[in-house]
Design a protein around this ligand. Structure first.
Ligand SMILES: [Mg+2]
Length: 319
């Protein structure tokens, strides 16, 4: 277990100490700015030197769980020499990041294909949506030309048109079985947040539908809080939280790339599209209540169940 991979994936970095080299050698703000810029450029250079084609989220279905994990971890093992500490120097990553001030453990939930599926591509237009949400496009979408991304390429929604700024989007939503009960129940044990790779305006509209009284979802994190890895996938690095206690925080996500850097803080859930017989949230709830809620260190419990670090170590030995 005491491998370099473990050190890479579980090292807790104090953001504030990055430039604090010594009491007598505090760099000027210009030096910090130049140093940060060169580090961010170095991160981009390193990440672009690795060619990873992330798996399509449709490969994460129940009958393919083991294969999806193995293939994804093979990709993730390629990341071990990348200096993600440099990516963490980007100040925009921290915009809107809340202080986690709680005695309860923190449960972060991905949104798209974890709690809901938004039918941007109108693949299921002939079926009955659970709801239709409306939201306004913003300048960010104009720049990036997309609203919703779920780490892999197939579910990006393009928004085009010269009058984009005025556009009100509407999209049909399928809600995963048991979402409302799940959110009510987990709130008894955890402080609950949404951590999505989608943009704020869209995500807030979905969150308002899921939590209309604003009492179930305490924290909200969006695309700008994710590390964009070479435009291939988004990483939700939990070190963006100041003084985060990695023993007490969990992220449930349908994409393993999201928790690539803290692999044992993640619980992988199958991708949801519109399966009315889906029972994954029930399974996740049982696991959370039975094992995670009372765990001293959630990472140890997850490793015992899922062996993600063990698989990573085995992959490393095979190289
Ligand atoms: Mg997702």
């Amino acid at each position: 277990m005491a491998s370099n991979i473990k050190k890479l994936f579980q090292k807790s970095l104090k953001i504030d100490s990055i430039y604090k080299e010594s009491e007598n050698d505090i760099p000027s703000s210009n030096e910090i700015s130049n140093s940060r810029q060169s580090h961010l450029e170095e991160f981009k250079r390193q990440s672009s030197s690795i060619c990873i084609f992330p798996l399509n989220i449709r490969e994460n279905y129940s009958g393919n769980y083991g294969r999806y994990i193995e293939k994804t971890l093979t990709h993730i093992s390629e990341l071990q020499n990348i200096k993600f500490e440099y990516a963490l120097e980007d100040p925009t990553l921290y915009d809107g990041v809340p202080n986690l001030s709680s005695n309860k453990k923190i449960l972060l939930l991905d949104l798209d294909e974890t709690l809901i599926h938004a039918d941007f591509d109108e693949k299921y237009v002939n079926e009955k949506y659970d709801t239709i949400i409306k939201f306004k496009a913003c300048s960010e979408e104009k720049e990036r030309n997309d609203i919703h991304v779920d780490n892999e390429n197939d579910s990006t929604c393009s928004v085009s048109g010269e009058e984009e700024e005025e556009m009100i989007h509407s999209v049909g939503i399928f809600v995963r079985n048991g979402v409302h009960e799940f959110l009510e129940e987990v709130n008894k044990y955890f402080d609950v947040g949404i951590f999505t790779a989608s943009v704020k305006e869209y995500a807030d509209a979905v969150i308002s539908f899921l939590d209309p009284e604003n009492k179930l979802i305490k924290y909200k994190l969006y695309r700008n809080n994710c590390i964009n890895f070479n435009d291939s996938f988004m990483i939700k690095d939990l070190r963006i939280f100041k003084n985060v206690d990695l023993r007490k925080i969990i992220l449930i996500d349908n994409s393993m790339y999201s928790f690539a850097l803290q692999i044992n803080n993640g619980i992988l859930i199958n991708s949801f599209f519109n399966d009315k017989n889906d029972t994954e949230l029930n399974n996740a709830l049982e696991y959370l209540i039975s094992y995670i809620a009372s765990a001293e260190d959630v990472r140890e419990v997850n490793e015992e169940f899922f062996n993600f670090n063990q698989i990573l170590n085995d992959l490393k030995k095979c190289k």
